[in-house]
Design a binder for this molecule. Sequence first.
Ligand code: PGA
Length: 256
Amino acid sequence: MNTEKRRAVIGGNWKLNGTTGDCLAFARELAEHLPEGPLPEIVLAVPYLLVAEAAEVFRDLPVSVAVQNVSVYEAGAYTGEVSARQAAAAGAQWTLVGHSERRQLFGDTDADVARRVKNALSSALRVMLCVGEPEAVRADGGQDAWVAAQLESALADFDPEELDRLAVAYEPVWAIGTGRNASPADAQAMAAHIRACLTRRFGSAGDQVPVLYGGSVTPENAGALLAGPDVDGALVGGASLKAASFAAILAAAAAP
Ligand code: PGA
């Protein structure tokens, strides 16, 4: 294993929550609660309509703004879509791609995910690629093959030169929003598997891609989940809605 320390990244995902004004309140409270010392990279994925506000209020805080998705299209007659270029112009620096809620509720295919990754990269966004198996797949022991296939498809055309713009979040579908987090051992095992897939695909540079765990991360379980040597951070849904609980997770990530 590469001994160089990988970047730690903590992402928040507000999903379909929050409205104008909430970013300011959150930023003020987060500033009060930010832990001392070196922080992980902090990425907050807000609804599209809050991106400009978030970019403004987080300007003086070490928080990058993300969108939660970008269109498979670059521009044109696609009513209701938001392109990667528009997101970047509004102030987003990152986008989530392939979140399981997009895959399960909105029919995102692996091919769609690959197109979104491509559009994000061509618009200077960084990509937090989400992968993870449904419960039935884990029950059959198929999770490693499932996640490997998701990675292979999403990253088939990924330019190795762009690897410093990639993070991968392992989010088992059965752990998202359920209060049932993966065990720290399972999160570590899958993070190691993802790292092996990335190294197979990209060589040693793949080893530097941050691999995050997501799914019912809370201030209480973050320390144990982040202790795995291959777990470089977390993607946090529900517990990112309150600045104090998000800050407590940042503290867990910053702890030596
Ligand atoms: P959760 O969501 O923390 O509420 O389980 C995680 C996610 O969807 O990224």
